[in-house]
Design a binder for this molecule. Structure first.
Ligand code: 13P
Ligand code: SF4
Length: 305
């Protein structure tokens, strides 16, 4: 399958972008593996005609919004993000109407329709800088910052940016429900010398017990530079493949070995081969929504963070 995929990639001038939570078999055929922000940047830079996006739906949709002339294919159309589904455009419009001067910061884990109702997007690696930039704009003192949909990332950003926000009540089932403070305590007892790195989608009690709260991409770069030899990792377990491969002398212990995102794991080699062969599962966004959703994504990418 790998050989055929590589042949088809050349024939169709396709590139395979993969999120770090993907299965190892996907990492091994990807042209680029990264976090949400890295992947958005790669989607802008690529000269390929076709992008096969191995990740969840909102990520492929973001790539398509940024590249209206390119074909963006997702190997499984049912690979969604339950957190992104916790806010819909109508509810956001209603929430906005409660404030006099609302400014909406939307986590990229949202649909195109929600992005279209937002002022700026953020990912977990640039959220603090995005919010600081909004709070620093002229006239910001008269506006109400709305943050959707992740309550845990929202609370982390409020703390670090020192900015009061009106945060939606969404969460990631994998990070919020499967990475629990008790598991972290146990891992800490078992590995007292390990550095603790967790994702900002984890609960505040987990984040406050960690040494660092980081996006997946920042976590990988941190580990490579660190002189520490042991790490307790609080995020989806797919990241362990990259961490172990790139850092053979270091040891990694997941806070919870069952913190798996079932949607990320819906993408398989067979499905990648199928979409490349049949050029199916094209992401489509209406031009009206695409243009409105493009602005907040672009505004985020213009922030150098
Ligand atoms: P990253 O921005 O760290 O890639 O996170 C995306 C995500 O969906 C985490 O659950
Ligand atoms: Fe969505 Fe959570 Fe899966 Fe990330 S890990 S894609 S936030 S459900």
């Amino acid at each position: 399958m790998k050989e055929t995929i590589n042949k088809l990639k050349k024939e169709k001038n396709a590139v395979i972008l993969a999120h770090i939570y993907q299965l190892p078999e996907i990492h091994n055929i990807a042209d680029f593996v990264g976090d949400s922000l890295d992947l958005s940047r790669k989607a802008v830079q690529t000269n390929a005609d076709v992008i096969v996006f191995c990740g969840v739906h909102f990520m492929a949709e973001t790539a398509s919004i940024l590249n209206p002339k390119k074909k963006v294919l997702i190997p499984d159309l049912n690979a969604g993000c339950p957190m992104a589904d916790m806010i819909i455009a109508e509810k956001l419009k209603e929430f906005k109407s409660r404030y006099k001067n609302p400014v909406v910061v939307a986590y990229v884990n949202t649909s195109a329709a929600v992005k279209a109702e937002s002022n700026i997007c953020c990912t977990s690696s640039n959220a603090v800088n995005v919010v600081k930039s909004i709070a620093g704009e002229t006239g910001a003192e008269n506006s109400d910052i709305i943050f959707v949909p992740d309550k845990n990332l929202g609370s982390h950003v409020q703390k670090l940016a020192g900015v009061k926000m009106n945060v939606w009540n969404g969460f990631c089932p994998t990070h919020n429900n499967l990475i629990l403070p008790g598991y972290l305590l146990k891992a800490k007892e078992e590995h007292p010398h390990a550095k603790i790195l967790v994702h900002p989608e984890c609960r505040p009690e987990v984040a406050s017990a960690a040494d660092h709260v980081m996006s997946t991409g920042v976590m990988c770069r941190y580990v490579e530079k660190s002189t520490a030899k042991e790490f307790i990792i609080g995020t989806e377990t797919g990241i362990l493949y990259t961490l172990k491969k790139n850092n053979p002398g270091k040891n990694f212990y997941p806070v919870s070995s069952f913190a798996v995102c079932p949607n990320m794991k819906k993408i398989t080699l067979a499905k990648v081969l199928d979409v490349l062969t049949n050029m199916k599962n094209t992401i489509s966004v209406s031009e009206d929504i695409r243009q409105k959703a493009y602005r907040p994504i672009l505004k985020m990418l213009e922030i150098n963070a």
